[in-house]
Ligand binder design. Structure first.
Ligand SMILES: Cc1cc2nc3c(=O)[nH]c(=O)nc-3n(C[C@H](O)[C@H](O)[C@H](O)COP(=O)(O)OP(=O)(O)OC[C@H]3O[C@@H](n4cnc5c(N)ncnc54)[C@H](O)[C@@H]3O)c2cc1C
Length: 498
């Protein structure tokens, strides 16, 4: 057996690609193996009848121009590629129960003014809570974000920024809900804070780590939300361009079925076509469940992974409705991203909260002239879609799509008459095309955990095997998995003596 490569990365999600490009930029010989036809995973795209739809993500953090938390900008820069982005003036337009109709403006003070107008009696508490989020963000945004598993790096940042590091250590075991309740008493406002967390962490504030909340609630006003011109799929396309420029390799339609272990060490992979490749280090961008239950023997799961599975469970997947609509159904002041919920009790229910993105408001080139894309998705569990005949499955999809469209009519009256194209994806679709166990969005705590303290970094219990992506620190979201990619690339480079 000879090592064909220094590093093999299984999967070309943003986590996998950032790892691969970081290493390739250092002269490491990297091969990325992707089971699908294009890169990107949940940040991929598909085209139908003149529309270019984002598969999942479209509210993009990490494209800021300053600070250190703009990890997508930095990842592209590292391999000498760039991407034009379009600034979004509003992160989310909330349409919530009891007439709570609120926009999260890019301008921090404008957002606070609008929120305080709804809850004037909580003016102080609101400011204190969000200001505390800034404290977390300012600590993160002062230092280079690399592997927390690398002692020399930790020493270096500690000596450069001792107070900021101590600040972060303080917040590491905390959750956003604890901090919010320290300052805020109004139950309805606390529900809004729950939704502020839920809409990206898919758990309420009590289970959402304060580090992640600090990042999201501040960076949206600092680096802002910026949409990549040409669609979200461009991020992965550009990273691949950078990978190739730096002599990295990528193969598509290359499904890894097994991680080869010899004497307890990961040394290679086997593909569905029987081909084997060997490398000094193996990285899995597959979810932890797929990695340790499918690519490795579940009977030999390391105790550390078993402990992780006791703490974290799979979040729901999504029911996605990709619509092409006539432009006139959207009022001229429509924002790009919306959250719709009619009853607080349904926030976490099957098909409860509705997420909407209309990327063509920022980049009209994604749809035929005079048309918009409305990507609507709502949490849904795989069990809801199990044991159906093909006919029952189609009927259930149709009914679910109609229910969603009827609910959307509340914010876009007349939508039904403006429909031009419609495609429905279910958790089964996510499982099939994204290769994610049960189509899950990623891990969520089974019970209240101490913030991010229990989220694993990139090294695993198996020598030579690393994980990257949303089932590693710090979790879901493109900028978060980019962080994981920077950290993984850094740790491996050090291990390889680069
Ligand atoms: C509907 C939806 C909306 C979202 N909205 C947002 C948003 O607005 N903003 C945001 O920041 N984030 C959003 N996210 C989350 C974000 O997209 C993900 O957290 C992130 O893209 C995950 O990246 P990853 O690198 O962990 O892995 P993935 O994107 O899951 O990529 C893994 C890759 O590995 C490949 N792979 C898996 N197994 C194998 C194998 N055995 N062999 C070869 N290849 C394999 C897969 O095909 C895939 O390409 C959204 C996600 C979804 C589903």
């Amino acid at each position: 057996m000879t090592n064909d490569y220094d590093v093999i990365v299984i999967g070309s999600g943003i986590g996998g690609l950032v790892t691969a490009t970081q290493l390739a930029a250092k002269g490491v010989k990297v091969l990325v193996l992707e089971r699908y036809l294009i890169p990107g995973g949940s940040a991929g795209y598909f085209e139908r009848e003149g529309y270019r739809f984002d598969v999942g993500a479209s509210m993009i953090f990490g494209f800021g121009k300053k600070g250190t938390t703009n990890l997508l900008t930095r990842a592209l820069d590292a391999v000498d590629v760039n991407l034009e982005t379009i600034a979004d003036p509003v992160q989310i337009h909330y349409h919530l129960p009891d007439g709570l109709d609120l926009k999260v403006h890019r301008d921090y003070e404008k957002f606070l003014d609008e929120l305080i107008a709804y809850f004037p009696h909580e003016a102080q508490g609101i400011r204190k809570f969000y200001d505390e989020c800034w404290k977390v963000f300012n600590c993160l945004n002062a230092m280079e974000l690399l592997s927390l598993e690398e002692p020399r790096y930790l020493m270096r940042v500690f000596f450069q920024h001792p107070m900021k590091c101590l600040g972060l250590v303080k917040y590491l075991p905390q959750n956003a809900g604890d901090v919010a309740r320290r300052y805020i008493k109004d139950p309805q406002l606390l529900k809004l804070i729950d939704m502020e967390c839920y809409c990206w962490s898919v758990v309420k504030a009590d289970e959402t780590p304060m580090i992640n909340a600090g990042m999201v609630f501040s960076d949206r006003h600092y680096g802002g939300i910026n949409y990549p011109k040409g669609g979200v799929g461009q991020i992965a396309q550009k990273l691949v361009e950078g990978l190739l420029k730096n002599r990295g390799e990528i193969q598509y339609k290359a499904r890894v079925t097994q991680i080869i272990i010899e004497n307890g060490k990961a040394i290679g992979v086997e593909l569905a076509n029987g081909k084997q490749y060997y490398a000094k280090r193996i990285v899995s961008n597959s979810t932890r469940w797929d990695t340790f239950e499918k690519l490795l023997s579940p009977e030999k799961m390391p105790p550390k992974e078993k402990r992780w599975q006791k703490r974290y469970q799979k979040s729901p997947s999504f029911l996605s409705l990709h619509l092409g609509v006539k432009a006139e159904v959207l009022p001229p002041t429509t924002e790009c991203h919306h959250i719709l919920l009619e009853d607080w009790d349904n926030m976490e229910s099957e098909q409860g909260t509705i997420f909407v993105s209309i990327p063509t408001l920022l980049d009209p080139s994604l749809a035929p002239e005079g048309h918009h894309i409305i990507h609507t998705f709502t949490p849904s569990w795989i069990d809801y879609w199990k044991e159906l005949s093909p006919k029952e499955y189609e009927e259930k999809k149709e009914m679910a799509a109609n229910r969603l469209i009827n609910r959307l009519e509340k914010i876009f009256p007349g939508l039904i008459n403006g429909l031009d194209y419609q495609e429905v994806g279910t958790p089964r679709t996510h499982r099939r095309f994204l290769g994610r166990s049960d189509g899950t969005y990623g891990p969520i705590p089974r019970y209240k955990l101490p913030g991010l303290l229990t989220m694993p970094f990139n090294q695993t219990a198996i020598s030579g095997l690393y994980c990257v992506g949303d089932s590693t620190f710090p979790g879901q979201g493109l900028n978060a998995v980019a962080f994981s990619g920077f950290a993984c690339g850094h740790r491996i480079a050090v291990d390889l003596g680069r």
